[in-house]
Design a protein around this ligand. Structure first.
Ligand SMILES: [Mg+2]
Length: 230
């Protein structure tokens, strides 16, 4: 008898190649807004600065210290300011980012092959931190929608992984019980710790040799290794 009856997947950096897609979106904005003419000669430096500004803003958003609207604009106004651009581009940059980022459709290697293998065997679900409108668009544009029975987005759940409330929300929505559920994700804290606290087994997708303080049930370095586990 199979141990797991429900498989939950994280989205960004687990199925969706977030880093590649995000870089392409920011590059398109860099070109569309002619930042080179405004003195930003090094795209890599610009992208690196954006990431270093975005991350702590997301941490503050998770703690509910700032709103989604503030986050959306501040990550660009602060990045542009770091390059000496102070005029009102940030708002336009932010809305173009929201429009363009779900258009990128690169998935991680093996994602579709794995989902095609699992789909006939298990009910599959997504549990992701992010904004509703962006996550749903990404999922549908990547052709992932057909594999999943339920898609749980933190904004809709009112809490972000690793908060147990998003997992409780997911169990109610899917009818799954934690002890018969497996979570696949890349983030040690949001995914692995979060699932442990919710009573689920976990698969950590990480670079080979990487170690986590949270001792996941299983560790894989590419998605197709999951076929050996379930
Ligand atoms: Mg992730």
């Amino acid at each position: 008898m199979q141990k797991y009856r429900h498989i939950f997947f994280d989205l960004d950096r687990t199925l969706y190649d977030f880093d590649r897609n995000n870089r392409e979106t920011i590059y398109q904005l860099y070109q569309d807004f002619k930042l080179e003419e405004l003195g930003v000669s090094d795209f890599d430096a610009f992208h690196k600065t954006y990431k270093s500004i975005n991350l702590p803003l997301w941490e503050r958003y998770k703690k509910q210290e700032i709103t989604k609207e503030y986050l959306n604009v501040a990550r660009f106004s602060d990045t542009l300011k770091a390059f000496g651009i102070n005029h009102g581009l940030a708002q336009k940059f932010a809305s173009e980012y929201i429009r363009l980022s779900p258009m990128q459709v690169h998935l991680l290697p093996g994602a579709i092959e794995l989902l095609e293998y699992l789909f006939p065997k298990y009910p599959l679900h997504i549990i992701t931190n992010g904004f509703d409108e962006i996550q749903f668009l990404k999922i549908s544009r990547c052709g992932l929608e057909k594999f999943f029975q339920h898609i749980i987005v933190s904004e809709d759940a009112g809490a972000q992984k690793p908060d147990s409330r998003i997992f409780d929300f997911a169990f109610i929505k899917t009818g799954a019980r934690p002890e018969e559920s497996l979570l696949v994700g890349d983030d040690p804290q949001s995914d692995i710790l979060g699932a442990q606290q919710a009573g689920m087994d976990q698969v950590w997708l990480a670079q080979s040799g990487e170690t986590s303080p949270y001792a996941p049930t299983y560790q894989i370095s590419n998605l197709l290794e999951l076929k050996q586990i379930i």
